[in-house]
Ligand binder design. Structure first.
Ligand SMILES: Nc1ncnc2c1ncn2[C@@H]1O[C@H](COP(=O)(O)OP(=O)(O)OP(=O)(O)O)[C@@H](O)[C@H]1O
Ligand SMILES: [Mg+2]
Length: 334
């Protein structure tokens, strides 16, 4: 069966005063119907830009989708103009998007209800009364109390956690086949983060939406995602079934990343180890392994070339010359 979405060799650049930033440098991945995929990587590695490019939301200029294919349900979305009816229909209709800061995603001059209803009327062609009914229903589903009253509130009358839940309600209201959630809870306090993530994961699982979730919360990925993609310097450096990647990571960067962030499912007292060195600047990258300058295993690596993404197990690939996966590499987290 063909995947729901297939991204092939996607490249996105930004033309800046300092030079051409290769923000996304040949990213390929797939997601199946109903599948949950986690996307992780340090700040600036291209997670958001790669996801925005799927629905052509990259600001042009300075950004430019240089090449690649984004095949969604058999059509290459990059062949359509960003403002075409097709892309407007895909955005919010077939692909729901949840961003980090809902204050910028909701328009402050319209009520929450008006905005959810507009999306329902546009994409599902619902009547005003049917759209209102459905809007109240989804707000109730994400746990907004008195939804039939709160629907008349403006975004600033909602707390941060409520706005984010309303954003999830809006993204899921049209039953999109794919949801892209980019660090959906980062702006919230830790307790609210856990609640909102939990609601989102339950909704996605309930509606069988496919989900790409960008998050630093590896516990969420371990618990809910079937697959994890690890990005470094504009590329995917490891991709595999999440259980397999947690047990047998094959890239030194994945190991470093997992040591550097807390996990919800871990034993207490583990020391967090920051990744040494700084992320590379994505201008004029030399044609060597981009992680080489920071790689703790550099002494074991003889090769000078830039490694290709290569299979190391079933559906598991790694962009590294070394063979560390399968050597119980996951035990280093204990
Ligand atoms: N409008 C822009 N102009 C210039 N460079 C940009 C622009 N937007 C993004 N970039 C660059 O593209 C690269 C990727 O950015 P992106 O926002 O995708 O990172 P990210 O992985 O989502 O990081 P974070 O975890 O901080 O959200 C970065 O180097 C960033 O500086
Ligand atoms: Mg981002």
């Amino acid at each position: 069966m063909a995947p729901l979405l297939e991204v092939k060799d996607l490249r996105v650049t930004f033309d800046t005063m300092n030079g051409l930033v290769k923000a996304v440098d040949g990213v390929s991945f797939t997601i199946d119907k109903g599948e949950i995929v986690g996307l992780v990587g340090e700040s600036g590695c291209g997670k958001s830009v790669s996801q925005m490019a799927i629905t052509q939301l990259v600001a042009t200029p300075p950004g430019k989708i240089v090449s690649g294919e984004v095949i969604f349900e058999g059509r290459d979305l990059l062949k359509y103009h960003p403002e075409s009816n097709m892309m407007r229909d895909v955005r919010g209709g077939q692909i729901g998007m949840i961003f980090q800061e809902p204050m910028t995603s909701f328009n402050p001059v319209f009520t929450i209800g008006e905005q959810i209803m507009e999306s329902l009327r546009l994409h599902l062609k619902l009547s005003r009364s049917a759209a209102r009914k459905r809007a109240i229903e989804v707000l109730e589903e994400v746990g907004i109390p008195d939804a039939s009253v709160r629907i008349n509130n403006y975004p600033h009358q909602f707390s941060g956690g409520m706005r984010q839940r309303a954003m999830i309600a809006m993204a899921l209201s049209c039953s999109p086949k794919l949801v892209i959630a980019d660090e959906p809870t980062t702006a919230l306090d830790v307790t609210t983060q856990a609640q909102v993530l939990d609601i989102m994961m339950k909704m996605v699982e309930h509606y069988h939406n496919a989900l790409i979730i960008v998050t630093h919360n590896l516990g969420i990925i371990a618990r809910h995602a079937q697959r994890i993609n690890v990005m470094y310097a504009g590329r995917i450096v490891e991709s595999g079934p999440s259980e397999e990647v947690f047990l047998n990571p094959g890239h030194p960067y994945t190991i470093a990343l997992m040591k550097s962030v807390p996990r919800l499912d871990e034993k207490r007292g583990r020391q967090l180890i920051p990744i040494s060195g700084i992320p590379p600047n994505l201008i004029n990258m030399p044609p060597i392994c981009s992680f080489k300058p920071r790689c703790p295993m550099v002494d074991a690596c003889q090769s000078l070339s830039d490694p290709e993404l290569r299979p190391v197990g079933k559906n598991h690939s790694v962009r590294c010359h070394l063979n560390i996966s399968g050597q119980n590499s996951g035990t280093i987290f204990e």
